[in-house]
Write a protein that binds this ligand. Sequence first.
Ligand code: ZN
Length: 433
Amino acid sequence: MTDIEREIDGYLQRLFPITRSITGEGNRETLRILQELIPLEMLEFPSGTPVYDWTIPPEWNIRDAWIKNSRGEKVVDFSRSNLHVVGYSIPVNRKIAFEELKGHLHYREDLPQAIPYRTSYYKRTWGFCLSYEDFMSSFAEGEEYEVFIDSELKDDGSLTIGELLIPGKSSRENLISTYICHPSMANDNLSSVVMTAFLARELLKRELNYSYRVVFVPETIGAITYCAMREEEMRRIDRGVVASTVGGSGRYGYKQSHDRKCSLNAFVEETFAERGLEFDTYPFDIHGSDERQYSSPGFRINTVTISRDKYYEYDYYHTSLDDLSYVRPEAIGQSMEIYLDVIGRMERDFFFKNLHPECEVMLSRHGLYPAMGGAFIPGDKVVNEIDVLLWLCWHCDGAKSLHDISAETGIAVDVLFTYASKLEENNILERMC
Ligand code: ZN
C-alpha cells in the first residue's frame, strides 16, 4: 500500500462503524473526522424548514435496539450491526407475538447471509433487518418476543451538511457532491465520502482555474436542502461530479450527464481510454443519486458519476455484505486519480461569452472580415476563418465551453481557442475562465 492508501484505509476503519442517516449525530461525527483532512464548514438546517416541495424531517438518533426471545436471549442486536434497525424507526418497547412482529422484519431470501438496508424516513414506523439465516433459526410461529428501540425523533433538531469552497482564478464554480446518509456500508457510500475528502485535499494544493464547491449531503433531502439554501450559487453552476460507489474491485462505469453532448462525458471517456480501462456507460436516468436534484429544470447542472461497482449493479448493494472486505483502499485511490483526470480536463476547457449577443456583429467594423475572409482551416470539417468567427459568436453564450462547441461544429478546440482569443482582443468575446 502507498502512503495515501494507508491513510484512506485508516479513515475507512474509523468511519465505517458510525451510524449515519439523513440527519443525526453520526453525520456530524463523520464530518468532524473529515475536518482533519479538509476545512469543511458544518451547516445546520432546522427540522421543519420547508425546502421546495419537501420539509426537513425531525432529527433521528438511536442509542440501542434489540429483539429478545421468550428465554431473554437477544436474537437481533443493534450493537452488532447498525443495519439491524430500519432507519428512522420510531421508539418501541413492548412484548409482541411473532404473527405481528413478522410484518416488521426484513430479510432477503436470495442473499441468506446478508442483513438488508432499509429506511422509512417519511412514514412513521419501526422495523428490524436481519439475515434470512437468522430469521429461520431464531424465530418461530407462536412465540412471543420483546422488542426495544431506543431512538428519538427530535422536532427541534437539524440536518447537517458539510461544505467547502476551493477558490480558483475564476469565481466560476464546478460542483463536487457526495452523500453521507448511509450507515455501515463500505462501497455505498463510505468509499466516496472518503475519496471526496482526499480529492478536495488534493485540489486545495493545486492552482486552479475554476473554483470548486464541495458538498457532503444526505442524499435527496440534503441535496434539495442545499439547492434551496444556496439557490443563487447553485443556479450559476453548469458542471460537476456526483461521487458514488468508487471502491469495489469490479468494472468501472460512468453515468452520463443529462445533456449527453456536454463535454464532461467526453472527458470521462477520454480519461478511461487514455488509461486503457474498460468501462460501462449508463445513460442519464431519473433514478440514481443527487444528479436527480442538480439536473432538475431549476438548476440543470451537468454532472457525471464515475463508479467502480456502481450502485444497483453489484450483488451486495444495500446489504451488510458491502463491508470493508468488499472495498479496497487501492481502488479508492485509483478512482480518485480518475476523478482528478476528469477535473484536469475541465480545468483546460474554457468558456467565452459574446458581449454583443443581439444579432450578428459586423466583423468588418472590427477589422476582422476583409483581413481574413476566405482562408480555409483544415480539420474534421473544412471551414473558413469567417465560419469559425461566426460559429464562435453564435455559440458563446457563457454556458457552452470550447469543447462543447468543438463537439457540435467539428472544429478543433485549439482552432476555436485561437479565434476566440482574437475575438476577445477585439472586445467581442469575453473569456469567463
Ligand atoms: Zn445507497
